[in-house]
Write a protein that binds this ligand. Sequence first.
Ligand code: SF4
Ligand code: SF4
Length: 326
Amino acid sequence: MSNDKPKVAFYWCASCGGCEEAVVDLAEDILKVTSAVDIVFWPVALDFKRKDVEAMEDGSIAVSFINGAVRLSEQEEMVKLLRKKSGLVVAFGSCSHLGGIPGLANFWNKQTIFDYAYLKSPSTNNPDKIVPLEKSEVDGKELELPEFYDTVYSLDQVIDVDYYLPGCAPPKDLIVNAVNAILEGKLPPKGAVLSPNKSLCDECDRNESKPEKFTMTEIKRPWEVELDPEKCFLAQGVICMGPATRGGCGQRCITANMPCRGCFGPSDQVFDQGAKFLSAMASIIETNDEKQIDKLIETIVDPAGTFYRFSLPTSILRRKKMEATK
Ligand code: SF4
Ligand code: SF4
């Protein structure tokens, strides 16, 4: 590989692995990407080690794409190392951008999570009540595990981030556009989310059937309704986060006849995705009767998890206040 190609790194923090799949799913486009750059670090696919990154000159990696939220001390150390070694850092995917699904753990803390996962869940068989320890002794040798934090963080709560590629996972065309923009030096101002700054509703094929005002007595979940594939989900009494969510995903869920869950996060004008959705709902529901509105809200299963499914750590809520375990 030629040394004058831009160096690129990929790293994976707290995530499901879908963002790594999204890179592999670039199919023939990944060949174009790999022929234009030198991939110098990609733990999921290539055998480079942390010491290889440590040995690189500061700023020598042109761009690091980092997916996943930050939940462990090891992840914090690695993203800080990559920040030092990289010209640009791109938060890749919802978890890195907003905290994502792992960020929903901010409704609990380390103690409550460990208690449930290792001791109390119905599928746990742990008669000796063994829970992971940061330091333990095995065959006379000390074994060290990363620290598990009480709180899940978005990437920009830990390091400076240059750009954000939204989505769970980011779609292929946005990834290819971002890589091309980086290679050609045609990037927008620092801090930009690399997707159109408009709401999903603005580009949704069902927008014409979105009600201006309507009467809703009950919120239903998608599986409880025989969904009309052409009609706005809100008009069918099903929550769709489109009004509070940035466009650019290609309406992936909508075309599969599933409502938007909000993985692209809010557009630039929106301060808080969940609050924006609630205000959008309030403006279209045809009643001022607070009791009726309260009754309607009561029919939503897990409201906080619904409105902040991908954005809890970066929302106005951030996390449930609990006593730290450290
Ligand atoms: S609420 Fe959902 S279905 Fe309705 S227009 Fe917006 S994105 Fe489309
Ligand atoms: S429709 Fe919503 S949840 Fe689905 S990919 Fe698009 S932004 Fe994400």
